[in-house]
Design a protein around this ligand. Sequence first.
Ligand SMILES: NC(=O)c1ccc[n+]([C@@H]2O[C@H](COP(=O)([O-])OP(=O)(O)OC[C@H]3O[C@@H](n4cnc5c(N)ncnc54)[C@H](OP(=O)(O)O)[C@@H]3O)[C@@H](O)[C@H]2O)c1
Length: 241
Amino acid sequence: MATQLNKVAYITGSSSGLGKALAELLLDQDYFVIGIARTASIEDANYQHVFLDLANINQVVDFQFQVDGKEVLLINNAGIIGDILPIGQTTSTSLQEISNVNILAPQILINTFLATFLTKTTKGHLVNISSGAGKNPIDSWAAYCASKAALDLFSQTIALEFQLNGNHAWNIHSIAPGVVDTPMQAHIRNTSPEKFKSLNRFIELKQNGDLVSPEKTAQKIFTVINHPEKFKNTVLSVRDF
Ligand SMILES: NC(=O)c1ccc[n+]([C@@H]2O[C@H](COP(=O)([O-])OP(=O)(O)OC[C@H]3O[C@@H](n4cnc5c(N)ncnc54)[C@H](OP(=O)(O)O)[C@@H]3O)[C@@H](O)[C@H]2O)c1
């Protein structure tokens, strides 16, 4: 590693939706941001893009965190719903892709991140973007729900390890962002009611103006990033603060 910057943030899924809004907010807050996604949509002197397919686990295993900071932040934001179909009708490929992007890639990235920075960095924070769907089942989203539940418990286990090992300068949070007006919500609405019994609920969220903008949601998540020590619970929902 060459130079050590002040505040460095790595964020997956920085090309659209919530991840893009978070990356832009972090740039405004003087972070050097490394965005990870298959496509790039941010241009900024303090932004570096890494083209990575998180469904391709070999690419994730090979990834190295090369930019060092006095404060380092990793946000596992990238997530996919995949094919919206009941179990028994979906494909093995879709199940594999959802698990790779939503839970296996975050686990591998966190493991590499901690191996790289845990003992040599002043301050570190891990943020996983979870979902209310990790707490309550939604039909035709089984693998998505299961992946977010797994992300919550993975995060709680790391919090326990930080506590037991005296890593007091490190924090981890798994944050459900509420319902956000992003391409993921458009994908959800674009499903047939035969395959997805809860479809109307999601159409109504959009029609009633109940979806929150990615920028507003990013601001709320930033309150946790800015003062992680104030948020004692590992698993959080933006609806609670
Ligand atoms: N929107 C909501 O209402 C809502 C509610 C609860 C939780 N969430 C969670 O919030 C997070 C962000 O979701 P969003 O709504 O902002 O979704 P989005 O607009 O669909 O954005 C998803 C991001 O993930 C990236 N991504 C997807 N597959 C990838 C892959 N194989 N490799 C690398 N990057 C990949 C995409 O980048 P590329 O396509 O360029 O690769 C994109 O930047 C997700 O974890 C989601 O589960 C969202």
